[in-house]
Structure formats: C-alpha cells, structure tokens
Write a protein that binds this ligand. Structure first.
Ligand code: FES
Ligand SMILES: [Fe+2]
Length: 359
C-alpha cells in the first residue's frame, strides 16, 4: 500500500471533491458510524428526510455519536430530533450547522461546542459528500449523471459494492489514459479511436472500438465518452447493444485504501411505453456485464503493488498527464489553475477513424 505522500501528490493526504459514501438506503433515522478520509464520521437522516454527515466525536467529552445502543437517549428515541443529532453521553444536541443547540442541564452553551459537518447531497440513489481539507464550500456542482436517473425509458441502477482495495485512488484514475489494458483486460478489438481531453477539473476519455461481448453484432463499435468531474467518480455514456450510463466511485477510506462501487443505468425504450419486468431483467443483465468488465480492473488493483513511477512507454497513453491533473485535488484550491494549465487540451493516442490521421 502506498500513500499520497509516496506519490508526491501535494500538500493534502485526502483530495478535494464530491465522493460517494454509501447508498441512499444507508442513511436512516438511526445514526450510522462510517469511516472515510481517515476519519470517523456519522451518517444520519433528519425527520425531514434530509441526510447529514458529521464528525463522529462529540466536542464535549469525546463520545462517539453513533456507536451506542444502551444510552436512554438512544432507547427513548431522542438520538435524532428534528434535523439535530443528540450525543448519547450527556445529551448535548447539535444542529445542521454543527453548533450545539441544546444542553439538557445548562442554559450556557459554549461557542466551541461545534461538530464539523460536511456538505451532503442525496442524488441518483447515492449519498455524496464534499470533502475539502480547506473546509470551504464546494466550488464544483455535483454531477447529474446524464439526467438519466428517473428519466422515462431508463432503468435505474442498483449499487454494486466492488471492495475495499489496497490501492491509492491515483492507480484507479490512471485507467483513464491506460490504452494498453483495453485489449488484454477488457476484450477490446478493432480500435478506431482513443483520446483524452483535459478541461480544468474534468478529464475525458473518448473511446471507440469493437468488443467481444458488449456490442449487438460483430463489427459494431462500442462508443464511450467517459469522464471524471474531480477525483472521486467516473461517469460514462456508452452506446452499445443498449444505451447506458456507468458510474464508478472511488472513495478514500484510509490513505492508500480505496472503497469502490459500480452502477449502471440502461435505456430500455424511448419513454413512450411502460417499462416491463422483462426490460428490468434485461437492464440488470446488462449491468452485470458491465460490472464483470469493471471487476477485471478491480482484480488487478486488488492484487498489484503500487506503481509510484510507471515504466511508461509513449503508446501507453498520457498517464503522466493524468497524474499531473490529479494533483490539483491534493493542493490548495488557489493552485488548481496553474496545475490545470499544464495539462489542458486534447491528447490523442490512436486515431484510425475513416478520414482521420493519427496525431
Ligand atoms: S460527550 Fe457528548 S454530550 Fe458529553
Ligand atoms: Fe479498465
């Protein structure tokens, strides 16, 4: 296992961005202990239905806000009141801004009685948290996943948990530029196009090739636009046997340990009719095909040693650039424009499209 400092990523141990921290169903009125970014945190849902993520330890005397079953606070159903969470130890209650708003035995509430809270959004059946070592509000909007979640004609994804990998996130994001692995790992064939485009905090991979199983007919091309909006998750619009939309999330649990999930939405019709049980079964089968394709990467990551300095050759694709791009999230926000300027633009690895020349 290698850490952020082994890769010389920058000032911070954990990156800035939106990260998946669980499925929507993980957030309930019973506060749940979770651990990400090397920190103990708590996820709970307020009475309004909104999900919140806060630091786990009470500023009063350090009790864990969620790891309790025997306190009368918990037994009497006072653990979550309105949108606030109450500590099981002495009953101090903290509101959505993290500030203590009630102490059962004191009118005096010290200013320092404040929990750290994290901007949290529930979207597309997933809980997302903004992580930022500078503690600033998000400067990037959370993605909308092509607008396909809940769109007529599309079957929503289920969440595939892929494991806690002893691989740093950078080794996973390397995949964006990794031209050489598509044939041996994923069964690509009949290449037409492979390129990466760097646009500020976004990186794209444009891909067009045949595939052994994911195309409807032999000779068809699988065409993908795949991108990261920040370091935490991949989105991909895929045109193959079905139109579909992939999401792959990588969230640091500890420095060098990454939790990974996969999900896929499938367009089963144009929205002009009801979605049938057969449509759903087809979509689930397609998701499973995509999960198995991603599991081929995961098996590598779960077992490889760290690659601090890849023995790169030119035809590997521009992962030196990917690693530079990735550094913007490990340094103060103010440094991001300068890092982005070093990589912004299109990098074409292969172009055999009819009427085009390789760059
Ligand atoms: S430790 Fe939380 S209220 Fe005392
Ligand atoms: Fe891959």
């Amino acid at each position: 296992m290698a850490t952020s400092s082994d890769y010389a990523l920058g000032e911070y141990t954990f990156p800035r961005g939106w990260f998946m921290i669980g499925a929507a169903s993980d957030a309930t009125r019973i506060p749940a202990p979770i651990r990400y970014f090397g920190k103990d945190l708590v996820l709970y849902r307020g009475e309004s239905g909104t999900a919140y993520v806060v630091d786990a330890y009470c500023p009063h005397m350090g009790a864990h806000l969620a790891k309790n079953t025997t306190s009368y606070i918990v037994r009497d159903g006072e653990h979550v009141e309105g949108e606030s969470i109450r500590c099981p130890f002495h009953g101090w209650r903290f509101g959505t801004d993290g500030a203590c708003n009630h102490i059962p035995y004191s009118d005096f509430i010290p200013k320092a009685a404040k929990l750290r809270t994290y901007p949290t959004i529930e979207r597309a059946g997933i809980i997302w948290v903004w992580h930022d070592e500078e503690g600033l509000e998000p400067d990037v909007e959370l993605a909308n996943f092509g607008g396909h979640y809940g769109e007529p004609g599309w079957v929503e994804w289920k969440i595939d948990y892929m494991g806690d990998l002893n691989s740093h996130g950078i080794e996973i994001v390397d995949n964006m530029a990794d031209f050489g692995h598509f044939i041996p790992i994923h069964g690509a064939k009949d290449w037409q196009y492979f390129a990466n485009e760097f646009q500020g905090h976004v990186i794209h991979q444009y891909y067009s090739a045949g595939h052994r199983t994911l195309t409807a007919a032999d000779g068809d091309q699988l065409v993908l636009d795949t991108w990261y909006e920040g370091p935490g998750f991949l989105q991909s619009e895929m045109a193959g046997a079905f139109d579909s939309f992939i999401m792959i999330a990588n969230t640091p649990v500890e420095d060098g340990v990454t939790r990974s999930w996969h999900a896929l939405m499938v367009k089963v019709h144009d929205g002009s009719r009801e979605t049938t049980a057969e449509d759903r079964a087809n979509a689930l089968m397609y998701q499973e095909g995509s999960r198995l394709a991603f599991a081929q990467d995961v098996e590598i990551w779960a077992n490889k040693r760290a690659s601090i300095n890849p023995l790169a050759i030119p035809n590997d694709g521009p992962y030196g650039k990917v690693r530079t791009w990735y550094r913007q999230f490990y340094n103060p926000r103010a440094m991001a424009p300068e890092i982005q300027a070093r990589v912004n633009g299109l990098a074409v690895t292969l172009d055999r499209r009819p009427g085009h020349q390789a760059a």
